[in-house]
Design a protein around this ligand. Structure first.
Ligand SMILES: [Zn+2]
Length: 256
């Protein structure tokens, strides 16, 4: 079974650091591979609360170094490797997460099998999942989203970015998760609800999932925002909830 568990749907500083919503990122199970994505503050606690076992992780992925995405990355590296006693797994992150003022502590890097640096247009194999990082985002620092592909499933994660039209082509997939921080368009480096609508209309996925809400989306009730977007686009749009488990398209039954 392929699935995404949302270990937190909070985005942006005020909401995350008040913990009005969780901020543990996403836990992915795909093609028998377990991946933690953007483990912000509380990722380990949220994972254990959902009975997810970090010692079974195969990889930890980081879209960018900001703390609402990376706060628990070192904790999860220790957890994945049982404090370094069981060397395993892959860490995939942008270069500036490793270099000066690194968010990935140096002493932990030997605990894992591989630390990989994201390249624009890169493609990485984690178990039977191919992870692609098609384009650098328009957001402070070095930021990438991800496309996850396995034999039976293709979905994408549009991490923090200012809207640009090419996003739709880069993240075309059956299921698209997008970090939708702002209710209205603004000059900050984040997607707004009108941007999400533009992307949904251009990509026309089976399902679009909104997450990483800032205060303005939270006040507008994300589930109502999603309902309006569904009505306007004719596409299924879901607002993620803390702890929500979403079943991705999965293996066909054995008898076909
Ligand atoms: Zn950010």
């Amino acid at each position: 079974m392929n699935s995404i568990t949302f270990l937190g749907t909070g985005g942006a500083r005020v909401l995350v650091f008040k913990q009005l919503l969780g901020s543990g990122g996403l836990w992915i199970e795909q093609a028998d591979t377990s991946i933690a994505l953007d483990p912000g503050p509380g990722a380990l606690v949220q994972a254990r609360k959902r009975k997810l076992d970090p010692t079974k992780l195969d990889a930890i992925l980081l879209s960018h170094r900001h703390l609402d995405h990376s706060g628990d990355i070192n904790t999860l590296i220790e957890a994945m490797t049982t404090g370094g006693f069981n060397r395993r797994g892959v860490v995939l992150a942008p270069r500036d997460a490793y270099e000066d003022d690194p968010v990935i502590l140096k002493y932990l890097r030997d605990y894992v099998n591989e630390t990989l640096v994201i390249e624009e247009g890169g493609s990485y194999h984690i178990g039977d999942v191919t992870v692609r990082t098609p384009v650098q985002h328009d957001h402070p620092g070095e930021v990438y989203g991800f496309v996850f592909e396995s034999s039976d499933c293709r979905w994408s994660y549009i991490a923090d970015t200012r809207y640009f039209p090419e996003l739709a082509e880069h993240y075309r997939a059956d299921v698209v998760v997008m970090n939708t921080v702002r209710l209205e368009e603004s000059e900050i480096y984040h997607l707004s609800v009108p941007d999400a609508k533009r992307l949904i209309e251009a990509i026309r996925p089976q399902t679009a999932i909104l997450t990483h809400f800032g205060m303005t989306v939270w006040r507008a009730k994300p589930w109502e925002v999603a309902k309006t977007l569904s009505d306007e686009t004719g596409i299924e749009v879901i607002a993620a909830r803390d702890g929500m488990n979403f079943q991705l398209p999965g293996p066909l039954p054995a008898d076909g």
